[in-house]
Structures are given as structure tokens and as C-alpha cells.
Design a binder for this molecule. Structure first.
Ligand code: WTA
Length: 664
């Protein structure tokens, strides 16, 4: 490093507060600090502005109906269509502008630009095809697809005809697909033949077919997008109810499908996410409130303008891709990028090459990626002109100040504000973050809650804790983007998110408090630092995995008697999966069993859940009431001093396990 670099690093290291640059602030979508007070005074009508970002078929009567908490309704009796809002209304002014810039992983391939006109056409054709196959309003269509353009086309086609979609991340296993299709009673699947990962074609249809064999009801139709290039395909015979995506499009060439009027509260989509029990939760999102929230936060926080080329590197298989690759950006009529591959293929500068080539104006990514960029080194971004970037964002897990500053300096050139956005699948969109044109940034802290949100940090009794003290994050007022319930499971919805801090017998909305199950602290300025999950959910590379889900996969392996899974610290992934396993009598602690366990987890969930370490142990540390003390297992995984073991039924076991882990 040059002297200058060293000085700069040292200055950055110490700096705790960063102001947005004047050049950014001047042009920001939100410039008036008064917005916080105004929203507080004018609540819930303050959200009319978000609804105004959309085109409504039928105006709504009431902004919020809170007569039956926690089943809040937003923009009641209003009707609209999400696909019309993301496509049709932009045609006149932006028909020839790019809606989606798609970049495939192979470098020498022709990438595809879809103008609004073209995307609109494809969506209409596919919507006509879906209808013809019998997909009706309210039917859940499952999508099991990687980052290929047919995925947003299918999503928007579903939205057009009022069929909720349920997108299952392509990296999930066949079993995970089956579980989700079964839970949603979904009779239609859109998938693909394969895709590219680090240069190799991957067979995806094989996995989809295996998943289909585990579906407990009849599947009417499977539509297969043919992504692989000539010569890379795998041998697949289509079953009678399977049809190629392109054939559906070709059969409906030129079709026009009138967008269906949907009630604001009608389900736009389902998104399964991990919780504390083994069964994934089907988070239900609405059409009006969700879309308004995705659009408003895209505008206020990501500062999206129609002429931008906005790049979010998440996968559409997660909520981030739903809200901030598809719905938010397209509702605002901007150009949204989609990249199929990984950031290190063919080399570790791939994202920077894309930013330069397309002159991307925003980059929204995850701390796990930023930690990897840091490890690879600044020489990769330095090879490219990143001056088109105006704003940077992160989401998915806490970002440590060092990674934040690296991102700010080496990607943003100290000119771009960094928005550290806290939110969840359940919240639909961003909740806690700085408004980039008006708020100072504090690396490591997400920032204040967005205007109109009442977020408090409380103790176990529900009383607010002092600034600086750790407590639990709570949201004390509803917001338009919130989940409406868990699919067909109102009871679990109340249990998981409300019961902890609400008076569940009350009809008064003031007695209802949403609990996201995260720990956090707040500082004197109202900036919130999110500390991480307080439930049994592990955050691996920004992806939520339930320990119960992984444990049930492990105990399904022959030879395993009992298992406990915890998250241990990991440089790149944030957390990694540590599995403590007790073998059944008659089974040895062999390498074969270890591999079988790892394979078992991959089969049940997918490679992201792959244990970093499998530790065989004769016993697990348990309290006298038989509860596994995960905290101790976490300490062991992290090589930390062991906490209090006095409440254990079997205190000796921890030191035995610790010795074993160090020996491994
Ligand atoms: C964590 C992703 C700290 C948090 C959009 C939350 C974060 C969970 C942040 C939701 C952040 C997300 N700082 N932690 N900026 N963003 N989280 O449902 O624990 O996949 O509860 O949604 O990720 O993960 P989910």
C-alpha cells in the first residue's frame, strides 16, 4: 500500500459517521428531513403517497382497516393489477426502453435486453398459455428456476391472471420443492432444463422431476424453459403433462390478456421461509400493500429513477429478488439487471465488469458477497470504471464496519451512500435504513426506522431498553408491506410473530406488537444495530435456515440417533452450519456416516445447508428439563470460553465435545 493509502485506511478506520455527498443529496428522490415528522403526524394516511405510486383500477376507500388485528387490511376495496403496474402503464413513455437487462453466465453468449414492449408481449403470451392450461384466479403456480428471464416473465404472467406464484430457490433440493408444492396444493410448475454454474451446465430438470415424484396430488402441467445452449443439454424425455416454455409462447404469439382486477388484499404471491419448527412457513403477501411498499422503498431508499440501470445481485428465489429485482424496480419503470451466475466466474471481477459495461447506477448486494470481494482484493474493482454507480446497498445480515467501509471506498469511491437495509421475507420490503439523501450513515448500524414505522427495542417484558443495551426488535404499528398471514395457518401466524408481545385477546391494535425474532440495540440518535436472530434460525450467506429443518434431515440418515445444529462464525458466510451428532447403537462414527449426513442435508434442503463440520458426540449438553443448550454448542463451534454450565444435567459432556472439536 502507498503512504496515501495507509493514511486513507487509517482515517476511514476511525470515522464513525459518514455524510451523504452533496452531489447525491442534491438529486435524491427524498430530500426533506421533515418527512419523519410528517409521517408520524399523518399516520396512516402518510401511506397514500406510496399507493399513489401505483395505478389503481378502483380507488380504495380506507388506507388502513385495523378493526381485526393482527389481520390488518390496507387500501381496502381498491383494485389493481401488479402486472399492469409493472408493464402496461410504462408502454407509452418507456416502451422502447430496457425493462430487464439479462446477463448470462457464459461470457461469450449474447445477453438479452427486454424492452418494456417486449417484456409485456412475452408476459401476455405466457399468461394466455397458463390460462389455456386451466390456471385460474387463485391457483398457486410454483416456479423452480434460477436467474433466467423466463422467471420474471412467469411471475408477471401469473400476476396478470391473478394466480399467486410461489418461487422456490433453484438451489433448494427436490424434497424442498415437493414440500412447498404440497403445502401450497400447487398443481402447476414452471421450471427449466438447466443453467450454468462456474462454466458448467447443471441439470435442473432432473431435480425438478425428482421433486415432482414427491408431490402428493396430481400435477396438471409442468412447463420447462430451455435455457441450456445447443450441445449442453441433458437427455430428458418430457412426460405427457410437460411442455416447453417456448412452445407455450409460440402457441400464443401475439396474444393479449386483459389484466385481471385484483382486490388490494388478494394474494400476489407466497414465499416459503424457514422458521423455528421443521416446516417452512408460507408467507402470504398482498397485491396492493405489498406493491406499494416495494415501489415506495425502491424510490425512497434505492433512489430509483426511470432512467437508471439498477443492479441487485440477489436471486429472485429469495424475497430480495421479488421486491427489488422484479416488483419494486418494474413498478417504477426503470431498467433492472439480472445476472445468472456467480461473482467469481470467469474471474473475480465479473460484477465490476457488468457494472462498467451496463453503466449500472445502483448496486444492492449482501454482506457475505462484500466479505468475499474484500478477501479477493481491491485490484478486481480497480480494473473497472465504476463511476456510473450512485448508490450502494446491503441486505441479509449485519455488516461489520470494516466491510462497510471497504464497500464504501473501493466500490463507491467515497461518493455513493451505502444503505444498510434491515428487513425480512415477512416485512415485504425495507424497514430500517437511512434515507440516503438526508441521513448520515453509521457503518455497522442499519439506521433509524423508515418514516411511519414505530420500531422499539424492548426487554423480555416488553419495556423499552436504554440506548446501548441489547434487546429485542419489535414493530408497534402495522405497515402496508407486511405479511397478511401464513398460508392456511392463521394460528401459526399469531404464534410466531405476535404472541410474544401482544395481548392476543384484544381487538385494540395498540395491544398488538410484531416480533421479528431479531435482537438489536439502539443508540442516542435512534440508529438501530441489528444483532441477529434470537430464534433457532441460522443465517448462512444471508439465507435463513431453520436448525430444526437441518436436524430433521440429519436424524433421517440411517445410523443417527440424535442431532443438534447450531451456527458458528464464518469469515465469508457470516454463519456456518455445525452439526453435533449422536450415533445409534451399533453404528460407528465413520467418515462414511459423516458423508451420508452431509448428503442427507443436501438432499433434504440443498447445498447451502451443507454442514461445515459434523461432530460426533456421545451426548448433547442438556438442561435438567431436557432442552439442548445450543448456546454452549455455539461457544464450542466458535472456540470461545464456555458460558455457564451449571444448569446442565451433564456438565462433563461439554468439555469432552470441546476437546473433540479442537482435535478435528
Ligand atoms: C437478517 C432478507 C442485520 C435478520 C431480506 C432478518 C439483517 C433476516 C439485515 C431476514 C440487515 C436482514 N442487518 N440483519 N441489514 N437484513 N437481516 O427473510 O436476521 O431472508 O430477520 O429476508 O435476515 O431474512 P430474510
Amino acid at each position: 500500500m502507498s503512504d496515501e493509502d495507509v493514511q486513507l485506511e487509517a482515517r476511514l478506520e476511525e470515522q464513525e459517521v459518514f455524510e451523504p455527498s452533496a452531489s447525491f443529496a442534491e438529486q435524491a428522490n427524498v430530500t426533506d428531513e421533515g418527512i419523519y415528522e410528517e409521517f408520524e403526524e399523518n399516520w396512516p394516511e402518510c401511506w397514500e403517497g406510496a399507493a399513489d405510486l401505483l395505478d389503481w383500477e378502483e380507488d380504495y376507500d380506507q388506507v388502513l382497516d385495523d378493526s381485526n388485528p393482527p389481520f390488518y387490511e390496507w387500501f381496502t376495496d381498491g383494485t389493481l393489477n401488479a402486472s399492469a403496474n409493472c408493464l402496461d402503464r410504462h408502454l407509452e413513455e418507456r416502451g422502447d426502453e430496457a425493462a430487464i437487462e439479462w446477463v448470462g453466465e457464459p461470457v461469450d453468449e449474447d445477453n438479452v435486453t427486454y424492452t418494456y414492449e417486449e417484456l409485456h408481449q412475452k408476459v401476455n403470451e405466457f399468461a394466455a398459455g397458463l390460462r389455456e392450461m386451466g390456471v385460474g384466479e387463485g391457483d398457486v403456480v410454483t416456479m423452480y428456476m434460477p436467474m433466467i428471464p423466463q422467471l420474471p416473465i412467469a411471475m408477471l404472467a401469473c400476476a396478470r391472471i391473478g394466480a399467486p406464484h410461489s418461487v422456490v430457490f433453484a438451489g433448494f433440493s427436490a424434497d424442498a420443492l415437493a414440500t412447498r408444492m404440497n403445502s401450497a396444493d400447487s398443481e402447476y410448475l414452471v421450471t427449466c432444463d438447466g443453467y450454468y454454474r462456474r462454466g458448467d451446465p447443471l441439470d435442473h430438470l432432473d431435480k425438478a422431476n425428482e421433486g415432482l415424484s414427491g408431490v402428493d396430488h396430481e400435477v396438471e402441467r409442468t412447463i420447462v424453459a430451455e435455457r441450456l445452449m445447443d450441445g449442453d443439454g441433458f437427455d430428458h424425455d418430457y412426460a405427457d403433462n410437460q411442455v416447453a416454455f417456448d412452445d407455450v409462447i409460440a402457441d400464443n404469439e401475439g396474444a393479449e390478456v386483459e389484466p385481471v382486477d385484483r382486490d388490494a388484499e388478494d394474494m400476489l404471491f407466497l414465499m416459503y421461509t424457514s422458521g423455528t419448527t421443521g416446516k417452512p412457513k408460507g408467507v402470504k403477501h398482498s397485491t396492493g400493500g405489498y406493491l406499494a411498499w416495494a415501489a415506495w422503498t425502491s424510490q425512497a431508499v434505492l433512489d430509483i429513477k426511470p432512467e437508471d440501470t439498477y443492479f441487485c445481485s440477489a436471486d429472485i428465489g429469495w424475497i430480495t429478488g421479488h421486491s427489488y429485482i422484479v416488483y419494486g424496480p418494474l413498478a417504477l419503470g426503470t431498467t433492472t439487471m439480472m445476472y445468472e451466475g456467480t461473482p467469481d466466474y470467469p474471474d473475480k471481477d465479473r460484477l465490476w465488469e457488468i457494472v462498467e459495461d451496463y453503466e449500472a447506477t445502483q448496486l444492492y448486494t449482501a454482506p457475505t458477497a462484500i466479505r468475499a470481494f474484500m478477501k479477493w482484493g481491491k485490484q478486481y474493482p480497480e480494473q473497472h470504471d465504476l463511476s456510473s454507480l450512485r448508490l450502494l446497498g446491503t441486505v441479509g445480515e449485519p455488516i461489520n464496519p470494516r466491510a462497510w467501509k471497504w464497500y464504501y471506498k473501493h466500490i463507491g469511491g467515497e461518493e455513493c451512500p451505502v444503505v444498510d437495509t434491515w428487513w425480512q421475507t415477512e416485512t415485504g420490503g425495507m424497514m430500517i435504513t437511512t434515507l440516503p439523501g438526508i441521513k448520515d450513515m453509521k457503518p455497522g448500524s442499519a439506521g433509524p426506522p423508515l418514516p411511519g414505522l414505530d420500531v422499539r427495542i424492548v426487554d423480555t417484558e416488553g419495556d423499552e431498553v436504554e440506548p446501548g443495551r441489547a434487546g429485542y426488535l419489535t414493530v408497534n404499528k402495522p405497515w402496508p408491506g407486511m405479511l397478511r398471514t401464513l398460508y392456511k395457518n392463521d394460528e401459526r401466524f399469531i404464534d410466531e410473530y405476535w404472541a410474544e408481545y401482544s395481548d392476543t385477546d384484544s381487538d385494540d391494535p395498540d395491544d398488538w406488537v410484531y416480533f421479528p425474532e431479531d435482537g438489536a440495540k439502539i443508540d442516542e440518535d435512534g440508529y438501530i444495530t441489528v444483532l441477529g436472530r434470537v430464534d433457532d434460525v441460522i443465517n448462512v450467506s444471508g439465507h435463513r435456515l431453520g436448525t430444526m429443518e437441518i436436524e430433521s434431515a440429519i436424524v433421517g440418515v440411517e445410523g443417527v440417533a440424535e442431532a443438534a445444529v447450531v451456527g458458528g462464525d464464518h469469515d465469508i458466510k457470516g454463519e456456518a452450519v455445525y452439526a453435533y451428532v449422536i450415533t445409534e447403537d451399533g453404528y460407528d462414527e465413520t467418515e462414511e456416516l459423516r458423508s451420508a449426513i452431509i448428503d442427507g442435508v443436501e438432499d433434504a434442503i440443498g447445498p447451502i445447508a451443507r454442514p461445515e463440520a459434523v461432530i460426533f458426540t456421545p451426548e448433547l449438553p442438556k438442561t435438567r428439563s431436557g432442552k439442548i443448550m445450543r448456546r454452549l454448542l455455539e461457544d464450542i463451534a466458535n472456540g470461545e470460553e464456555l458460558g455457564d454450565t451449571s444448569t446442565l444435567r451433564n456438565p462433563d459432556v461439554v468439555s469432552d465435545i470441546a476437546t473433540k472439536v479442537q482435535g478435528d
